[in-house]
Design a protein around this ligand. Structure first.
Ligand SMILES: Cc1cc2nc3c(=O)[nH]c(=O)nc-3n(C[C@H](O)[C@H](O)[C@H](O)COP(=O)(O)OP(=O)(O)OC[C@H]3O[C@@H](n4cnc5c(N)ncnc54)[C@H](O)[C@@H]3O)c2cc1C
Length: 484
């Protein structure tokens, strides 16, 4: 790396700059382990330098320095993503946003909070709760995921059914542009706020968000077991169409439940799909919801295969809402695909996934959240072993198979980063992809912000060769498993 630039950085940021091999190694990964043999020949995942700024002004200075040295910049916050979203592909400067944390202002009268982008959702929620308020929604990775990180990603999670995606709750954002200018963006500004949502750190660095909050109100939790997944989908749709929709709706299939049971986290699964329905509202609203639930309970008693768990179990499930990765403890590793899927296709999806699991002799575990009146985010995972490199690489073929099942049913990948770029054509029609690329060129003409992500697959991930490679991996996997 350029010595003059490093000297300038060290003079300005002192111990908050590092080029240590260990740090660069640590920052070259995210939550999904990818064997070096797939990364090293193709990408420069190790940043040349890592800096931890404390303010928007410092970030602006870093952006100006990087831009004058034509150095790529990768923003990284909680690092709680799995598609190399916050891992460099061309080295350069990694900006760790962890020090950019804390609530700036709470406007109780207008129910708005201004928060710095590196604040985790869990910290923000705790901060609001002591004042009688709460976040409208948050990701189930809240202990690690940051406010800015979720805004830069898809922004759907717990609470989204009732309060919409994160973008719809944001009034304004402070953004440091690639040229170092600090701007306030709103729905009506040029460029508008919406350009930065789900932009995965490719257009600038969001440093603060002013967002809507809610009153911290009582909750009600209901846990159901439903033997038939088609019936489960009908019940979900009924709940979503009710005058007071749930705050959160989480489902797990019997394989995910059995794995949780084996790890000692869940009671022995009774049968079928496990549905946790959470409500929040005023006492009056919760009473109305009670009436609706009583109807459902009566209907459930009439239908074989629907049962309700004791209230304590439902409450305990809610308390575990941020612990979905406990499944990993059955590992050594977990691989899988995350999808954005129409709720109405969920039963077909589960049936198709069951077929894939049988054909490939691999138990597949599925769980997810319904996040809007029509869509769910769905995770289908399986155990793998990253220490057995060849098998692990071949297992990646099964990840693609999961994506393919979703795509056939109108689903797409949820989040792009680097590894999902081969699916971009499934995600956006040609005109939308062109619009996104034009936007990128306008805001980041040098292409320095988080290169390799979101807009087009790099050569190494060309969709055609990617497809052939993954199919070959899957075939080899089947052959090897038969021999074992
Ligand atoms: C157990 C688990 C549960 C999850 N649940 C959900 C869920 O409910 N909903 C959901 O959508 N996702 C979920 N995720 C995925 C992930 O946690 C979220 O996308 C989360 O918002 C990532 O935030 P982060 O702070 O870790 O961002 P990082 O992983 O650090 O970064 C994500 C992307 O955003 C960019 N970025 C980060 N901060 C900024 C910023 N301030 N300005 C500009 N760009 C920035 C990075 O460059 C990168 O491209 C889950 C993941 C796990 C492991």
């Amino acid at each position: 790396m350029d010595k003059t630039l490093l000297t300038t950085l060290t003079e300005r940021f002192g111990k908050r700059v590092t080029t240590s091999p260990l740090d660069r190694e640590l920052y070259s990964r995210d939550l999904a382990p990818v064997p070096d043999v797939l990364v090293k020949p193709l990408f420069q995942a190790k940043a040349d330098v890592i800096v931890r700024p404390r303010s928007s002004q410092e970030i602006a200075e870093l952006m100006r320095l990087a831009s004058s040295a034509s150095m790529p910049v990768t923003p990284r916050a909680g690092g709680a993503t799995v598609f190399f979203d916050s891992v460099p592909t061309r080295g350069g400067m990694l900006i760790d946003l962890g020090l950019l944390a804390g609530v700036v202002a709470l406007d109780e009268a207008n129910m708005l909070v201004t928060v710095r982008a590196g604040t985790t959702w869990e910290d923000l929620e705790k901060n609001l709760n002591v004042r009688g308020f709460a976040c409208k929604s948050m990701p189930s990775s809240a202990p690690a995921a940051t406010v800015g990180g979720w805004f830069a990603m898809m922004g759907y999670g717990i609470g989204s059914i009732k309060y919409g995606d994160l973008l719809s709750q944001i009034r304004e954002a402070e953004v440091v542009m690639p040229d170092g200018e600090i701007r306030t963006v709103t729905a009506d500004s040029t460029p508008p706020l919406s350009w930065f949502a789900a932009s995965e750190g490719t257009l600038g660095i969001v440093t603060a968000l002013k967002m809507e909050i809610r009153k911290d109100r009582p909750m009600k939790h209901v846990l159901m077991h439903i033997a038939d997944s088609k019936q489960a989908v009908r019940i979900m749709q009924d709940l979503l169409a009710a005058p007071s929709p749930p705050y959160n709706l989480h489902f797990s299939d019997p394989h995910a439940l059995a794995a949780m049971h084996a790890l000692g986290y869940a009671p022995k699964p009774e049968h079928g799909l496990h549905l946790l329905v959470d409500y929040e509202g005023t006492e009056t609203e919760l009473r109305e919801i009670d009436t609706h639930l009583a109807t459902l309970r009566n209907a459930g008693q009439k239908h074989a295969g629907v049962s309700f768990a004791p209230a304590g179990e439902a409450e305990a499930e809610w308390q575990q809402r941020f612990s979905s990765l406990r499944l990993k403890r059955g590992g050594p590793s977990l691989l899988g695909g995350e999808l954005w899927l129409p709720v109405k296709r969920l039963a077909d999806y589960l049936a198709n996934i069951e077929t894939v699991a049988r054909r490939h002799a691999t138990p597949l575990m599925t769980y997810g959240h319904v996040v809007s009146a029509t869509h769910a985010t769905v995770m289908t995972m399986f155990y793998a072993d990253e220490r057995q490199r060849l098998h692990y690489i071949l297992d990646l073929g099964l990840v693609k198979k999961i994506q393919d099942v979703g795509a056939r049913l109108g689903g797409t990948c949820y989040g792009v980063g680097l590894w999902n770029t081969p699916y971009l054509k499934r995600l956006h029609p040609a005109a939308a992809r062109k619009r996104l690329r034009r936007r990128k060129k306008e805001i980041d003409p040098l292409g320095l912000m988080n290169p390799g992500k979101l807009y087009a697959p790099p050569l190494a991930l060309n969709p055609y060769t990617f497809h052939l490679g993954m199919e070959a991996a899957l075939l080899a996997r089947r052959v090897l498993r038969k021999k074992r």
